[in-house]
Write a protein that binds this ligand. Structure first.
Ligand SMILES: [Zn+2]
Ligand SMILES: [Zn+2]
Length: 280
């Protein structure tokens, strides 16, 4: 079994209206691309910030710029006009757990992907106005804040899968985009997150999206995955595709990576119930 669950039906660009991308023809393009790559379990997980209802959770100015679509229309489209699993990529916003829960509980998902993109009002993966880096905080401090927030997100009980678990490395070290990275063994940062994943019973995402980013590496690092396996945390496999040809991107490398870590089963979701299937 191969899965791709953390999938977006459209690119993260301004000109990507729902009416152009939430169509049976577009879903069919994804289904065809998945079939070519042997991916049987395919689901979509649109960004929560693209929906107007998300503004009841958080009114960050960047969210306000993006929130144009109706989440119930999205759910209705996926359920009634496609055969895809229905998910959502829902940012963790510390202190807004009740509001996130209200949003999620009002709809029937197959799975909920939890992400940490923002630490307070700045993002780990954004250039420009909302960039977290370059504001005087040490890389040690930023990494600690990132992984502690990821742990808090897992413990919130809101999520089934923790996405791109070491997203904080996204920029890599190489100029021009590289950012400073803490010295020494990074396992001290991973530890609280993995403990939280195990306690909360959430899955860790192995994502090939990092291969398409400046860092050029799978999320998470080998050491973090080894810690998860050791703690009995199940693995969910995704590409974080934003267009059909990105489905299953780098899966040959991901399968090697999983085999080396001793991962033989991956998560399959339906109605927020999880089961394990042999990988491959
Ligand atoms: Zn994400
Ligand atoms: Zn995503």
């Amino acid at each position: 079994m191969l899965t791709d669950y953390h999938v977006h039906l459209r690119p993260d660009i301004w000109d990507s209206p729902a009416e152009r991308y939430f169509t049976p023809a577009n879903a069919e393009r994804y289904r065809e691309s998945a079939a070519e790559k042997g991916i049987a379990e395919l689901g979509v997980a649109e960004h929560i910030h693209r929906f107007t209802q998300a503004l009841a959770i958080w009114e960050h100015p960047w969210w306000r710029q993006w929130a144009h679509d109706d989440v119930d229309a999205y759910c209705g489209f996926v359920r009634e006009e496609t055969d895809l699993r229905l998910g959502i990529e829902a940012d963790f916003v510390a202190g807004r757990e009740d509001r996130i829960a209200n949003f999620l509980e009002a709809r029937e998902w197959d799975y909920v992907v939890g992400s940490v993109h923002f630490l307070q009002d700045r993002a780990v993966d954004m250039d420009g106005e909302w960039d977290l880096w370059g504001r005087g905080e040490s890389p040690e401090r930023l990494w600690k804040r990132y992984f502690d927030t990821l742990a808090e997100a897992a413990r919130s009980g809101l999520y089934d899968i923790m996405a791109h678990p070491d997203l904080v490395k996204i920029w890599g070290r190489r100029p021009p985009q590289g950012r400073p990275v803490p010295e020494g063994d990074p396992r001290r940062y991973y530890e609280p997150a993995i403990e939280a994943f195990a306690d909360a019973g959430v899955a860790i995402e192995v994502s090939t999206a990092g291969l398409r980013k400046p860092v050029g590496r799978i999320y998470p690092e080998r050491d973090m995955l080894a810690m998860a396996v050791e703690a009995g945390v199940p693995v969910a496999l995704s590409s974080d595709a934003h267009k059909p040809d990105q489905l299953g991107f780098g899966y040959d490398r991901a399968l090697e990576f999983l085999a080396e870590a001793g991962v033989r089963e991956i998560c399959v979701f339906e109605g927020r119930e999880r089961r394990l299937e042999p990988v491959g």
